[in-house]
Design a protein around this ligand. Structure first.
Ligand code: FE2
Length: 302
């Protein structure tokens, strides 16, 4: 049965111990949901020697911190078109550098991939950070690279990828779909706004609905971006759920490396599938030993 490791937002929390663990693991492939970088986009490149030391096939969809830049990020946060345009100028060069220096990891975004183990992968919209005003994030880069300017165009692009993929398949995104709950503790509910709101992406939700409507649902939809514990109150966030036969997984447990009861743990999620159903375990690795958790509201090892 193929098994895949899902790594949530790293924000630089990935080290030699992770490389050794994953290189010696039985995983068929490693799936990175993006946000390797910390605040400064250049910090992403610090992780590349570690990525280049991975011997497992690995796949990465860039997150909103990866190659985008501080000005563009602020532009997105404040919905300031001037900053979005100003910040966009430097992104293509950073993406080119990433493509050049990333030796074995497959960069994904609006793309199809065949994974080792027989599963197919649809990669959704890269650099997504969600919004409540109905726009795609980092539009200048998306338009230039993929010809996508709006959520409607993104949705059509995703639907055509679903038309082209063979089942069984999973979807890899940086940010999850709309429609799975507005509470801060819901899988992609906002925990940083004054009001509780479903912060998920509507284009991804639309594409998943389409996939279900044509009898071709994904086995799983994997993303991150909305960290847990929550920003306010440090509550657990539901990190997986099944809805209409689809498994949804938010891998963004952050910090992903942390001390607990005097031990240092590294987090990832294991996805197992027989091609018909899929299940997940949160894995907390300490000194080479894996503690597996299945409770969807548990965010610490036993
Ligand atoms: Fe993110």
């Amino acid at each position: 049965m193929p098994t895949y490791a899902i790594l949530g937002d790293l924000h630089l929390q990935f080290d030699e111990d992770d490389v050794e663990f994953f290189n010696n693991s039985d995983y068929d492939a490693l799936l990175f949901v993006g946000d390797l970088a910390a605040r400064m986009p250049e910090s992403l490149f610090k992780l590349l020697p570690l990525f280049n030391a991975l011997t497992k096939p690995s796949y990465l969809i860039p997150g909103n911190h990866d190659t985008t830049g501080v000005r563009a990020l602020l532009g997105e946060l404040w919905q300031n078109e001037f900053l979005i345009q100003l910040g966009a100028a430097s992104q293509p060069a950073r993406m080119e550098r990433l493509k050049k220096e990333l030796r074995h990891t497959t960069l994904c975004g609006y793309s199809l991939h065949g994974l080792p183990g027989g599963l197919n992968l649809v990669a959704a919209r890269p650099f997504s950070m969600g919004s409540t005003n109905g726009t795609v994030n980092f539009r200048p880069y998306l338009e230039r690279t993929y010809g996508v300017r709006t959520l409607a165009e993104s949705s059509e692009r995703l639907k055509s990828l679903i038309d082209g993929v063979h089942s069984p398949y999973i979807i890899l995104a940086h940010h999850g779909p709309h429609g799975l709950g507005p509470k801060a503790t819901d899988i992609w509910g906002a925990d940083f706004l004054p009001q509780e709101v479903d912060f998920g992406d509507p284009d991804l939700a639309d594409a998943i609905s389409y996939a279900i409507s044509i009898g071709k649902p994904p086995l799983a939809v994997i993303a991150g971006h909305m960290h847990y514990p929550t920003k306010h109150g440090k509550k657990p966030k539901q990190w997986y759920l099944y809805c209409d036969g689809v498994l949804y997984v938010n891998a963004a447990r952050w910090p992903r490396i942390f001390l607990h009861n005097g031990r240092r743990y590294h987090h990832h999620i294991a996805l197992e599938t027989d091609g018909k159903t899929a299940s997940v375990f949160a894995c907390y690795v300490t000194a080479g030993v894996v503690h597996r958790i299945t409770d969807a509201l548990a965010i610490l090892p036993d």
